[in-house]
Design a protein around this ligand. Structure first.
Ligand code: FAD
Ligand code: NAG
Ligand code: NAG
Ligand code: NAG
Ligand code: NAG
Length: 521
């Protein structure tokens, strides 16, 4: 195989120069370039790892991690090919072939992107997908309480592997086990232990990445800004292959509860009080709320039932929590239970990578810094009886996630944030249009949520808040501000400057990738 990693510097420069010049007058590669790109791949990567539309398995490989049927329709803009690397040199080869022949790549780890940007394009474009599903090793160092986890692993695989190797250890990340580590970590990652231990990115201590020049870098070889940017900047600064994380301690038994309150049973009061209470509770206690026609309070406590009942009756008597509400289990079991609601569900379901096209859905997000009044909650609840109504999820901040500096990682929604809101609309049938409900409730909420800019969470990607435009071959910084400052606040500019340093030619680009801001001297 061609020694891509050790390509002579002069060759690098030549490739770079060619690509930069081409970028000025080419927006899409010609058919010839696509053919040459595929030839370049076949010269450097085993053919069975490159799946083209002519292959009988193309559709099944493409759909393998797609959940939202909205992004798997006859008119979806699909990739030229899907590359399934089994080692780092394959990833380097795709990037070098792509640069040489002007074919962009999109990176897919778990494929859960809310807008499908890891495997489809909003506009006609020729691109390849690098699908990291084969790169999913999790290596635990129990004594050091660290792990190297590859981007293609799912959260379920990470949780399972950690807890089986060391039951006293765990990792604070998201709730859905089929979410990919690569995308999740790239956007921050919210979960039930973030109040105690922060986000995944707050626990990342090293990483390996293939940059836009095809080089394989670790933390030491990366510029400081690049290592900062990959920990929450939304991806697309390079292809992160693996992450070294600090693992965290959990007790042998944790306690979970689900308590549902209807409006008649005082849901309005309880949610109104929850807003300032939940972010101020002991860090070991996380209570999130799923609001629909009623309110479901879902809680993970890193401790025993007895202590939890005492804390709840002292601080949150409105929920009326009793011993009978406690479900005591291992932390690992709690990662299954939160989705299944059944303590008998086998732990091995965490390893199930098979996803299926589920219902159509569309999501939006907000952050709340000032508690919404009880009167207003009285007006919010009726929204869940309207036609096309979905649900909202409220995730408490505070604790460790709230006390880390807003600039420590690209995830800026920390100091003063009470909670995140996720609006979720579901619908069935083959319409790709979301119900008006989600747009309407999002408009209705505007005066009551964070503003200037109105915040949003990059892992709940939403193209309605803005899409890039390309000017002179690169994404314009001005166009990126519309969505970028919502996701990243004051960190957006530093992200753009970093992008300008590490990928000035904007090779890793999509509808919401951070634009390169190159200072003109
Ligand atoms: C059912 C469901 C439940 C969810 N639950 C939670 C939750 O509890 N908490 C939470 O915070 N989020 C949650 N999410 C959102 C999830 O964190 C994001 O969608 C995340 O980006 C998905 O990562 P992925 O690897 O699966 O996605 P992908 O679609 O593979 O990637 C997402 C984005 O990251 C980029 N990217 C992917 N891998 C890499 C890489 N290795 N290097 C560089 N860039 C990369 C992609 O190009 C794309 O832009 C949930 C999503 C779903 C669908
Ligand atoms: C990657 O796999 C190729 C076979 O496709 C092999 O030749 C190469 O040595 C491997 N590289 C590494 C770094 O393991
Ligand atoms: C919206 O969020 C819900 C709940 O987390 C999830 O099941 C759904 O897949 C998300 N929607 C999209 C478009 O991914
Ligand atoms: C894995 O999940 C898929 C989709 O949810 C489901 O159809 C399948 O039965 C599951 N497989 C196992 C072994 O549980
Ligand atoms: C999808 O649309 C077609 C024609 O527009 C219709 O015949 C079919 O019943 C629809 N399917 C569903 C599940 O709504």
């Amino acid at each position: 195989m061609l020694q891509l990693a050790n390509m002579a510097p002069s060759t690098h420069a030549a490739v770079l120069l060619t690509v930069c010049l081409l970028a000025w007058y080419m927006t899409m590669p010609s058919l010839a370039a696509s053919g040459e790109f595929l030839q370049c791949l076949s010269a450097n990567i085993p053919t069975q790892l490159v799946v083209t539309p002519s292959s009988p398995s193309f559709d099944s490989v493409l759909v393998s991690s797609i959940r939202n049927p909205m992004f798997f329709t006859p008119t979806t803009v699909r990739p030229l090919c899907i590359v399934m690397p089994t080692n780092a040199s394959h990833v380097q080869a795709v990037v070098l072939c792509g640069r040489r022949h002007d074919v962009r790549v999109r990176v897919r780890s778990g494929g859960h992107d809310y807008e499908g940007l890891s495997y489809r394009s909003e506009r006609p474009e020729t691109f390849a997908v690098v699908d990291l599903a084969n790169l999913r090793t999790v290596r635990i160092n129990r004594r050091a309480a660290t792990a190297w986890v590859d981007s293609g692993a799912t959260l379920g695989e990470l949780y399972y592997t950690v807890a089986k190797a060391a039951p006293e250890l765990a990792f604070p990340a998201g709730v859905c086990p089929s979410v990919g580590v690569g995308g999740h970590f790239s956007g921050g990652g919210m979960g039930m232990m973030m109040r105690k231990y922060g986000l995944p990115v707050d626990n990342v201590i090293d990483a390996t990445l293939v940059d836009a020049n095809g080089r394989l870098l670790d933390k030491k070889a990366m510029k400081r800004d690049l290592f900062w940017a990959i920990r929450g900047g939304g991806g697309n600064f390079g292809i992160v292959l693996s992450w070294k994380v600090k693992l965290v301690r959990v007790p042998p038994t944790v306690t979970f509860f689900n308590i549902r309150k209807s409006v008649d049973q005082g849901a309005v009061n309880a949610v109104a009080k929850w807003q300032t209470l939940a972010p101020a509770l002991p860090d070991e206690l996380s209570i999130r709320v799923i609001v629909g026609r009623d309110a479901l309070f879902q809680s993970l406590y890193l401790g025993s039932c007895g202590e939890l009942v005492r804390t709840m009756s002292r601080l949150f008597p409105e929920l009326g929590m009793r011993r009978a509400d406690c479900r005591e289990m291992s932390w690992l079991q709690s990662t299954v239970y939160i989705n299944s609601g059944d303590t008998k569900t086998p732990l091995e379901t965490l390893l199930n990578r098979t996803t299926s096209l589920s219902t159509f859905s569309r999501n939006k997000s907000d952050y709340v810094k000032k508690a919404i009044t009880k009167d207003l909650w009285e007006k919010i609840f009726p929204w869940f009886n309207k036609a096309g109504a979905g649900i909202i999820l409220l995730e408490p901040h505070g604790g460790r996630v709230g006390s880390i500096a807003d600039t420590a990682t690209p995830y800026p929604h920390r100091s003063g944030v009470l909670y995140n809101i996720q609006y979720v609309a579901f619908w069935t049938g083959n319409g790709t249009d979301a119900p008006n409900w989600i747009k309407d409730i999002y408009d209705f909420m505007e005066p009551f949520v964070s503003k200037n800019p109105r915040g949003a969470y990059v892992n709940y990607r939403d193209l309605d808040i803005g899409e890039n435009t390309v000017v002179g071959g690169v994404t314009s910084y001005e166009s990126g501000k519309a969505w970028g400052e919502k996701y990243f606040g004051g960190n957006f500019k530093r992200l753009a400057i970093t992008k300008g340093k590490v990928d000035a030619g904007d090779y890793f680009r999509n509808e919401q990738s951070v634009p390169p801001l190159v200072s003109r001297k």
